[in-house]
Design a protein around this ligand. Sequence first.
Ligand code: PEP
Ligand code: MG
Length: 593
Amino acid sequence: MGKDPAKGDLKGIGASAGVAIGQAYLVDRSRVKVVYQYLLDENQLEPEKDRFKAAVDKAEVQLHQIIEEIPVEIQDHAGILDAHRLILRDRMIYDQTLENIQTEQINAEWALKKAVEKAEEIFSKIKDEYIRNRIKDVADVSERILRNLTGTEVEKLSDIQGQVIVVAHDLSPADTTQMRLNNVLGFVTDMGGKTSHTAIIAQSLEIPAVVGLEHITQEVRSGDLIIVDGSDGRVVLNPDPETLAFFQQKKKKYVEYRTKMDQESHLPAETLDGIPIKTRANIEFLEEISAVLAHGAEGIGLFRTEFLYLSQKELPSEQTLFENFRQVARIMAPHPVTIRTLDIGGDKFASHLDLAEEMNPALGLRAIRFCLKEVDIFKRQLRAILRASSEGNLKILFPMISGIDEVFQTKTILKEVKEDLEREGIPFDRQIPIGIMIEIPSAVAMADMLAKEVDFFSIGTNDLIQYALAIDRVNEHVAHMYQPLHPAILRLIRQTIEAGHRAGIPVAMCGEMAGEPLYIPILLGLGLDELSMNPISIPRVKRIIRMTSYKAAKEFSDQVFALNTTEEINEYVRREMVQWFADSFKSDGTMLY
Ligand code: PEP
Ligand code: MG
């Protein structure tokens, strides 16, 4: 990532697709650079704690003001700032800073810095990229407190005039929500990755963004003409007329493509020869529902409930869980919502659950194994799901099933919970469908038997690939071997679908593979009934489905099954797909836009 002087071109991470051309507006958002450190006398400790508390109080008032002034287009993102208000008083930051002042006899700035470093260390161990990156929120909040402690003022972003491309070292959610976003043509930042808030907000507003450029703030001056190509992660400064013309054309084509896709995203996903494919969304939080609706999802195919347990200090109460599930059920009705029971452990852990350190957490006490051991926690969640089931169209999905005994045990517990509710006269859907994730190879081997015990299957390719190929899904050293089109994976998927269909139950897929446009015709050809994915992927996937006939997809997947090696398959699929959908893919098989 650096400057190519020949082209005045910089490469970063494309965080939100599309092309923007306009004048740069450079935001000075450098962090407080120097944090003074000094030791205190005993009698200075209480006043120092009060000084810290006052800085936190001030930050709370500031955030409150920003929330009050949020423009309507991004009201949905007020949740991020509410989360920031909670972080202000979080044990990890608030209590820890006060404790550091007391025990180490140090000033508030230093004590806060230490608390943040400790939090960073804890977060860095989290394998889920999204959650790990939420340490950014902690950093933003502590930066605000630090500014209040040091009396450093910040520039007001609500003052931006005219339509500009915002260039910044980094942007916090408070920064982005303060901007009048119809004045922002694009975002460009030194910091950030695909799951940073700048990226998330830019995506939901469909504003082109390139992040992770490292030094862009040192290269750009306010007023420079700048091109942001969020699809390719490129930024061009002061382009020559030829380059400008090229990107104007690219922008026009992108807008045409996007308009068409958005218009179509609310049409049902049906193949050219009339086979309907349920196209649903994966979510972790209630806040994602607006994106789910906006992108034309026909329900929720995977609600990863563990995030309700990870985001707070205590175990959520039955009532909290119930309210969450009921809200999703009501909003999505009559579409179904598949609630997956707690998949904690592995790379997702919660400190209050007191999970033992394990040598191989992915192979350890995770998901259904944890729930079958901690039956009270499991029952509390099942009660909440069942209670909510009377107010919408809910299904229950059990993760990490490795064999039939776990299904029997799980069904026994579910039956006990149902009987309790029955006795208490609490209404619930007696016919609530139950399904299992097929994500362990042993479950594929047992699929014919398992299919007789449940109402549906959902294939979790993220784990299935990990366990079948013995490739840790979060280890970058073996990431190149994590191959969804490995012939063994395709065979496991086919075997699962065939077993499900022989028993007359539908088969869904909710791993990342289901949201990858390149793989869609193969998955259709194999006969999947439902695809569930990140909401943003839905319009693209639906479009591919509508442009494919089941018959052609079947022939295509037969061709793929005749090939031996992953490399041959990858190459064949890329070549055919680029030809088949010339308006969607680049020659390397990535999406054109
Ligand atoms: C999967 O394993 O494919 C899946 C969808 O579940 P998770 O990514 O939450 O493990
Ligand atoms: Mg999984």
